[in-house]
Ligand binder design. Structure first.
Ligand SMILES: NC(=O)c1ccc[n+]([C@@H]2O[C@H](COP(=O)([O-])OP(=O)(O)OC[C@H]3O[C@@H](n4cnc5c(N)ncnc54)[C@H](O)[C@@H]3O)[C@@H](O)[C@H]2O)c1
Ligand SMILES: O=c1ccn([C@@H]2O[C@H](COP(=O)(O)OP(=O)(O)O[C@H]3O[C@H](CO)[C@@H](O)[C@H](O)[C@H]3O)[C@@H](O)[C@H]2O)c(=O)[nH]1
Length: 446
């Protein structure tokens, strides 16, 4: 099949590379020229395990091409995937500017029947807007060309994106035409051979399914964070509670890890967008608002635990931070908990020494340059360098090399043996026995 994918971010590039890997001919289009040139040279602008290899192999085999021109790419195919960003607008609603720009460009250049598949996360009713945008361009050209719009939301997780795309739990497809349904079934056949993963439904159903999935996962996390904060006050260890409830198959273990708040490009913006959709339909999404509020508060918990120990004025204090990315396995810094922590520490007068195995180049862009110039933030070459003469160590992102560190070495490096564990990776009882002052999330045993 010949496919055009518009947008070469996490979703567009993974989608394009995985379809090419299955033998399709794919052209990925992006308006960002530097990104496209980087990709043409075989370099991947993002860190995503396994992606570089399949991009290079398929590019070499001629199945995966890159272009800055959508009209040129459109000539090669009749199946267009829209995978551009839908960032939060000022009021939390999803900003559809990029999606509708692509729709209009498709309308200006469409020559023959085509299927336009929306892979971006978009509010209910967006397919209608995409259809209207294309149609108005066709009307302006005075041509009549048939086309179908399909909703096919993406469920990949950063850091596991290839596997999620290649072995999906389900493939949600919202369609309202038999022709489009057949084409989509054909396209996804090889991803769903042994188990029928394809779920066809109405277009609006598919659009809401994506938001409901992310909101449900975010709710699980905020719920656990709330119980963890309560457990702390009660002298209860949340890790025992987590295991206790996770063993109930109706609850399960996934997405109930308490922590220093959820981040990334999806949960925060998608929960906000769903709240906004509720407002538009005059429906108060009170659970979602609580989920969002709990998450904002949770992102302050690590700072609060340091504040309890040092007081509000942290001048002269040095804090070693392990992990900057919003989760392990990615260099994505969008809505990362490290951002609020580090900015608050610096505002309180502390110096931050931080280390992340992958995200430091990307992270540099997320803090004011003068903080590096004045030495208030120092990015270190090694995880242990970040602890040199630090008054405390804070774990923000649970990268694997942070999971079983050398606690003896840490004790020697730290001025005060304080460990604030934002991801409950360490054994509080063992650390206490070694003389550490340890605080996790929902396991602040004093
Ligand atoms: N990141 C994820 O893990 C993930 C997972 C599932 C769904 N989503 C959703 O998928 C969509 C894309 O997310 P992302 O993280 O890949 O975004 P991104 O910001 O990483 O990439 C978007 C790309 O689109 C390009 N673009 C913008 N306008 C364009 C145009 N007119 N023509 C061509 N290219 C254009 C940008 O230059 C950019 O490279 C969003 O709606 C997001 O919510 C993201
Ligand atoms: O038990 C948990 C699980 C996750 N997190 C945090 O939640 C955030 C999001 O994690 P994850 O879902 O693994 O990463 P994303 O790449 O943001 O993926 C989510 O968002 C994507 C974009 O919509 C969806 O496609 C995915 O299905 C959905 O999992 C991260 O900050 C995690 O640290 C927790 O705090 N506790």
């Amino acid at each position: 099949m010949n496919i055009t994918v518009v947008g070469t971010g996490y979703v567009g590039l993974v989608t394009g590379a995985c379809f090419a890997e299955m033998g399709n001919s794919v052209t990925c289009v992006d308006t960002d020229e530097s990104k496209v040139h980087q990709l043409m040279d075989g370099n991947i602008p993002i860190y995503e395990p396994g992606l570089e290899a399949i991009v290079r192999e398929n590019n070499k085999a001629g199945r995966l091409l890159f272009n800055t021109s959508l009209p040129q790419a459109m000539q090669q195919s009749a199946l267009y995937f829209i995978a551009v960003g839908t960032p939060p607008g000022e009021n939390g609603s999803a900003d559809l500017t990029y999606v509708l720009n692509v729709a209009r460009e498709i309308g200006r250049n469409l020559q023959d029947y085509a299927i336009i598949v929306n892979k971006s996360t978009v509010p209910v009713g967006t397919a209608c807007k995409v259809r209207a945008a294309i149609q108005s361009e066709l009307d302006a050209r005075g041509v009549e060309i048939e086309f179908d719009v399909v909703s096919n939301p993406e469920f990949l997780k950063e850091g596991a994106a290839i596997d999620d795309f290649m072995r999906p739990d389900r493939i949600i497809i919202g369609v309202d035409s038999e022709r489009a349904r057949e084409k989509m079934a054909d396209l996804y056949h090889s991803f769903s051979r042994n188990h029928d993963k394809l779920m066809f439904m109405g277009i609006r159903d598919a659009e809401l399914t994506k938001y409901a999935a992310n909101a449900m996962l975010a709710t699980k996390i905020s719920f656990m964070n709330e119980v963890a904060n309560l457990a702390e006050r009660m002298g209860v260890d949340i890790e025992n509670v987590r295991k206790g409830i996770g063993s109930d198959s109706r609850i399960g273990y996934s997405f109930i890890y308490p922590g220093c708040g959820y981040g990334g490009s999806c949960f925060p913006k998608d929960v906000q967008a769903l709240i906004h959709m509720g407002d538009e339909f005059s429906f108060d999404t009170s659970i979602l608002r609580a989920v969002e509020e709990r998450n904002q508060a949770q992102k302050q918990r690590l700072f609060e635990k340091l504040e309890q120990r040092f007081g509000p004025d942290m001048s002269g204090r040095v804090v070693g931070v392990w992990g900057l990315a919003f989760k392990p396995g990615t260099d994505d810094m969008r809505e990362a908990s490290s951002i609020s922590l580090i900015n608050r520490l610096v505002a309180a007068g502390a110096t931050v020494r931080a280390y992340d195995p992958i995200a430091m180049d990307e992270a540099r862009r997320w803090f004011a340059p003068e903080l590096f110039e004045r030495g208030q933030i120092v990015f270190c070459d090694h995880q242990y360098d970040a602890l040199a003469d630090a008054d405390a160590m804070v774990l923000v992102t649970e990268w694997k090399p942070f999971r079983q560190p050398d606690f003896n070495a840490m004790k020697k490096l730290l001025k005060h043996p304080i460990i604030i564990d934002g991801r409950n990776q360490y054994d509080p009882y063992a650390l206490k026995a070694q003389g550490f002052d340890y605080a996790g999330i929902g396991r602040d045993l004093g």
